[in-house]
Design a protein around this ligand. Structure first.
Ligand code: SF4
Ligand code: SF4
Length: 413
């Protein structure tokens, strides 16, 4: 099939690239992506590399599919993205330049930090890469689940990477997963990040389930919610339990509120916490910039190392396979009915409790992957973390209203 010409889509979309597939040099206990390795290369771990030809095809298709006046955002993700050498990313930059045709290009990369060294830092700085580095808090909090393949602690390696990036002036965000362990100590977590000089902080709750008795590494296919709700999958999973490392709604609600209180008193304008920025955007009626709080999904897919494209990073399962870029252009996949339905389902499958919720505008029922609980009306497909979010929205509401008023007044001055 000739893939030379691609009509730009009228709206931008985002594709996260798995340059090294699910391969990783760590074995964090809660990781949802390691197991994807078996989809592609069951007998050969750590051999999931995107070829140069595929890279070229991806860069070309992805750029040409975006509207002409838009910045094109490349996100390199894993597994561990730094398992690919610097020269892989140099080739990506070369192809980006070749196919940009005037569009602005930006790159971000997510890493566990283990392989970050002087060369990587120079490369990131010189090419304006924004680096997301995984750190779960203090040494104790971080090492609890984030371990190397042989079980060694990883904290010192990550801190070394952060110090190096600071030395070289690399732009970076801290990305933390909040689990049953660090979820108990939000202030300790936040204080530590502030002490090491973190300015941009993102965190995400760990919510995973496993079959009873098959602990921890056995992740389940996430629930599928039909718009008519005839097929909540909870019933298929009567024998499931929450994976031990998952955060509870109570922990998550308290974590968000306590951390917000600390931030709003001392750090507004100095420390940027993605969750709070997103909340303010939703209060102001702007796009939140964080998919879990968008009204619909479907704008952010992933491409695996072999060209396979899936609806979302959290839905890399056969039924969410959209095609392979070697024989189907990205635009067609992203415009397909299948992807459209996937995106709309988030809104269409909201429970009555969500539809009636006064915070729907901010929450939008959060991510469909977490909708496996029952609503107050007994409906399946309600968000497991609902009580946490409700507590959080209610708690921040006066502050958000105040900030909104200030911003609106400033705008009209
Ligand atoms: S399914 Fe969840 S993670 Fe995926 S796009 Fe939707 S909200 Fe985001
Ligand atoms: S707080 Fe709960 S009820 Fe309200 S929109 Fe979020 S998930 Fe739905």
């Amino acid at each position: 099939m000739n893939n030379t010409v691609y009509a730009p889509w009228s709206k931008p979309f985002h594709i996260m690239a798995k340059a090294a597939g699910a391969s990783c040099n760590m074995r964090c206990k809660y990781c949802y992506y390691l197991e994807k390795d078996k989809n592609f290369n069951p007998n050969s771990i750590n051999k999931n590399n995107m070829s140069d030809d595929l890279l070229k095809l991806f860069v070309k298709q992805y750029i040409s599919a975006q509207p002409l006046n838009q910045t094109v955002f490349f996100t390199w993700h894993g597994g561990e993205a730094l398992l690919r050498p610097i020269k892989f990313y140099q080739k990506a930059l070369y192809f980006q330049k070749k196919y940009a045709f005037g569009r602005k290009i930006e790159n971000s990369i997510q890493t566990n930090g283990v392989l970050v060294n002087d060369e990587w830092c120079k490369f990131f700085r010189d090419n304006n890469f924004l680096v997301g580095i995984s750190l779960d808090g203090t040494e104790k909090q971080h090492n609890h689940y984030r371990r190397m393949i042989k079980g060694e602690a990883s904290f010192n390696k990550v801190m070394r990477a952060i110090r190096l990036m600071q030395k070289y002036g690399v732009a970076f965000n801290i990305l933390s997963t909040i689990n049953n362990y660090n979820g108990n100590s939000p202030i300790e977590y936040y204080q530590f990040l502030k002490n090491i000089g973190a300015k941009f902080i993102q965190f995400t709750p760990i919510v995973e389930r496993c079959k009873k008795g098959q602990l921890d590494y056995t992740h389940l296919e996430v629930p599928v919610m039909n718009a008519d709700k005839s097929q909540g999958l909870l019933s298929d999973y009567e024998d499931i339990e929450m994976a031990t490392y998952s955060i509870t709604p109570k922990q998550w609600g308290n974590f968000l509120c306590d951390l917000f209180d600390e931030w709003v008193r001392k750090d507004v304008g100095n420390i940027f916490v993605q969750m709070f920025d997103t909340a303010l955007a939703n209060w102001l009626g702007y796009p939140p910039g964080l998919c879990i709080f968008e009204e619909t999904c479907g704008h952010a897919a992933i491409i695996e190392h072999n060209g396979d494209v899936y609806s979302c990073d959290h839905f890399v399962y056969p039924r969410y396979f959209l095609g392979n870029i070697k024989n189907k252009p990205l635009t067609l996949m992203m415009q397909s009915e299948k992807q459209g339905d996937f995106g709309l389902l988030k809104k269409e499958a909201l429970t009555t409790q969500c539809k009636e919720c006064i915070y729907l505008f901010a929450c939008n029922g959060e991510c469909p992957k977490n909708r496996f609980a029952y609503s107050n009306y007994g409906e399946k497909g309600h968000n497991y973390l609902c009580s946490a979010y409700y507590q959080f929205w209610e708690h921040i509401s006066p502050y958000m209203d105040f900030m909104k008023d200030c911003i609106m007044k400033e705008k009209h001055l």
